[in-house]
Design a binder for this molecule. Structure first.
Ligand code: GDP
Length: 440
């Protein structure tokens, strides 16, 4: 999902990496790349303009946070503004009252409306509701049949229209049946057309006026990009929507629709369709999607955690030692402790600039950190200060004391040696993170 956009944005953001300080010119240059990445992803022009404007303003007004690098600050700002563009807070389904609640689904033919009706019914059933499905698409008997089959599959009752019934009558009767049978939600699939036409809109307006559904959801195909956004805009203007369900998201590498539709229409995205199967429906959370787009996990949480947990003074001391190549095993242990405090090692490493994607593919074992710490704990102070004296018999003692093996001790010492070597190679041993990034 959104791989193309994700990759381009990561490339653009990575240009900010490893910079100690950013000049306004550098910020502007970097943001131009982000702008291009968004435009290439088919995001609406005005949405991009507003987005970049907000990010630039915040970057230039330099919300300085001591414990974040400029790169991290920019990632944080881009992330937060992405969340905003995607709709801010997640908006759940409104099932309102009276019972049964009515959910009206609208959309063009082929958008995935019928499949989505079944997916929603399944979702609500899992949540403990008692949905009933009905199709008001009298123009396409095949669509009615399709929903009936899906309803059987997910074991949700389906109201079958009588011959000659009009859409309004069908829905009326379905609601009566729902009331009688104690169903609390009626999901109404409506007629789809290949293109927007007046008759279709009139029918939807009638249905909406007559039954006052608590939700009028447009089902739109994310792969259609800006066309989907335009369709949504028209439906919003003519019928009035309460939300949008974007389908086929799993196949959409670009994300133009997802990133534009809320800003252009004012309607929140409520669900994502992520496959053809009836369980391929996800509640839409702007934060999660923004996180996925940036490919760096839940960045904000981690950045916040880092701000809370990292002991700046200690980090500075360590950095000084690194510069003087005085980093010993006691310092390594201190660093491991800091990392442990932050939580899952994979998340931490993913959060460090530039390694997120690569490392997230590797299975990381948090126990490894505990093991490393145990090994260092079993050393004498002298050994920690001067690891060179650790000979075979000392290794055996350390392994025994830490409940590990001599191989484990060797592995730790090798990692440490490699780290020192890298430190020496680096002309200007800079940030701690750079060293750690190479170490693992
Ligand atoms: P309708 O004409 O709007 O009722 O659309 P359908 O429900 O018949 O769906 C059209 C096609 O899109 C079908 O082949 C569905 O299986 C497919 N489809 C629906 N939702 C998704 C989705 O989220 N992902 C993918 N890949 N296909 C979907």
């Amino acid at each position: 999902m959104l791989e193309g956009l994700s990759q381009r944005l990561e490339e653009a953001l990575n240009k900010f990496k490893d910079k100690g300080k950013l000049s306004p010119d550098e910020i502007k240059k970097g943001l131009r790349e982000i702008r291009l990445a968004l435009l290439e992803a088919d995001v609406n022009y005005k949405v991009v303009k507003d987005f970049i404007g907000r990010v630039e303003e915040r970057c230039l007004s330099s919300e300085v946070t001591e414990s974040l690098t400029p790169f991290q600050q920019i990632v944080k700002i881009v992330y937060e503004e992405l969340v905003k563009t995607l709709g801010g807070e997640a908006k759940g389904l409104d099932l309102g009252s009276p019972k049964p609640a009515k959910i009206l689904l609208a959309g063009l033919q082929g958008s995935g409306k019928t499949t989505t009706a079944a997916k929603l019914a399944r979702y609500l059933k899992k949540k403990g509701h008692h949905p009933l499905l009905v199709s008001a698409d009298i123009y396409r008997p095949a669509a009615i049949e399709q929903l009936k089959v899906l309803a059987q599959k997910i074991e949700v009752p389906f109201y079958e229209a009588q011959p000659g019934e009009k859409p309004l009558e069908i829905v009326q009767h379905a609601i009566e049946v729902a009331k009688k049978e104690g169903r609390d939600v009626v999901i109404i699939d409506t007629a789809g057309r290949l293109h927007i036409d007046e008759a279709l809109m009139e029918e939807l307006i009638e249905l909406k006026k007559t039954f006052s559904p608590s939700e009028v959801l447009l089902v739109a195909d994310a792969m259609m990009g800006q066309d989907a956004v335009n369709v949504a805009k028209t439906f919003q203007e003519k019928v009035g929507l309460t939300g949008i369900i974007l389908t086929k998201m799993e196949g959409d590498a670009r994300g133009g629709a997802a990133l534009s539709i809320k800003e252009v229409t004012g309607c929140p995205i409520k669900f994502l369709g992520v496959g053809e199967k009836v369980d391929a429906l996800e509640v839409f959370y702007p934060e999660r999607l923004a996180g996925r787009i940036l490919g760096m996990g839940d960045i904000l949480t981690l950045i916040e955690k880092a701000q809370e947990t990292f002991d700046l003074k200690k980090a500075k001391e360590l950095e000084k030692k690194l510069k003087k190549l005085e980093f010993d095993l006691e310092d390594l242990r201190e660093q491991l402790r800091q990392m442990k405090k932050l939580g899952s090692i994979r998340d931490i490493l993913g959060f460090l600039p530039g390694i997120g994607k690569k490392l997230s593919q590797i299975e990381f074992d948090e126990k490894e950190i505990l093991k490393m710490e145990a090994i260092i704990n079993s050393m004498t102070k002298q050994e920690r200060k001067n690891p060179k004296i650790i000979n075979a018999s000392r290794k055996r003692r350390i392994a025994k004391g830490s409940g590990t093996t001599v191989q484990d001790v060797n592995k730790l010492l090798r990692s440490y040696e490699e780290m020192l070597k890298l430190l020496k190679q680096m002309k200007t041993p800079g940030r701690l993170q750079q060293v750690f990034r190479r170490m693992f």
